[in-house]
Design a protein around this ligand. Structure first.
Ligand code: PEP
Length: 247
């Protein structure tokens, strides 16, 4: 196995209130042997930070989105330093739901990644093909374009990649571990062309209907360094089950 860091990351999307968040952090066991990161909605970040601190559990905190500017007239947005200030170390960038519903393209993703790195946040950069692109056999070219776009002018290796096939997100139809494993190896080969040998040290997570039952298959693949979990991260017991597989 590689020296790469293994991550189990929760993307709560637009779910949970304060009480449910407190209940989650009480119930979750977490683990020292894997990096566990929770990405709650923006309004819950600071309370989540306090709850994690109080629990003493080794859990990292991440935003689900960040703006690209340091400050200014951008109503409704948050900067990297604001996320840092309330205890975040990570931020998800380029999630397919933001590409779809908020029209984020590779250029905007790149600006956000540059800003996150400058703000000393670790970006969790999401890439993935749609079902139409998969059926048209365009997966490799889509991933290469998204990856090159996201990493333009980046001279840091402080980032995490998440391969999230759009057809697998929230559908219950995860990619097979074999397909995900092959695709991760392809992503690493493209990454090597962009950042050279440092690509070997970059963690590439799988995302898309990962759960307690299929996590072991993903963890067995050499190029899969953890999972980004949506639906199955909302329940502390299910999420703990996934953490235990990777720990
Ligand atoms: C996600 O949206 O990042 C995700 C992986 O969702 P789900 O696990 O629900 O497919």
């Amino acid at each position: 196995q590689s020296d790469r860091q293994t991550y189990v990351i929760a993307n709560w999307k637009m779910n949970k209130n304060l009480n449910e968040t407190a209940e989650f952090f009480q119930k979750i066991n977490s683990s020292q042997d894997v990096s566990v990161v929770i990405c709650p909605p923006a309004q819950l970040l600071y309370p989540a930070h306090l709850m994690i601190k109080q629990s003493g559990k080794p859990i990292g905190l991440g935003g689900q989105n960040v703006h690209w500017a340091d400050k200014g007239a951008y109503t409704g947005e948050s900067s990297g330093s604001m996320l840092r200030d309330i205890g975040c170390e990570y931020v998800i960038i380029g999630h397919s739901e933001r590409r779809q519903y908020s029209y984020e393209d590779d250029e905007l993703v790149n600006k956000k990644v540059l800003h996150a790195i400058k703000s000393e946040l670790t970006p969790i950069i999401c890439i993935g093909e749609t079902l139409g692109q998969k059926n048209a056999l365009q997966t490799e070219q889509v991933l290469e374009k998204q990856l090159c776009g996201a990493l333009k002018d980046i001279d840091s290796s402080n980032f995490i990649l998440a391969y999230e096939p759009v057809w697998a997100i929230g559908t219950g139809q995860s990619a097979t571990a074999e397909l995900a494993g092959q695709t991760h190896a392809y992503i690493r080969s493209i990454l090597k062309k962009i950042i050279g040998e440092k690509a070997e040290g970059i963690s590439i997570l799988y995302g898309g209907s990962a759960n307690e039952s299929n996590a072991a298959d993903f963890s067995a693949m050499p190029d899969i360094d953890g999972v980004l979990v949506g639906g199955a991260s909302l329940n502390a017991q299910s999420f703990d089950g996934i953490i235990n597989v990777f720990a």
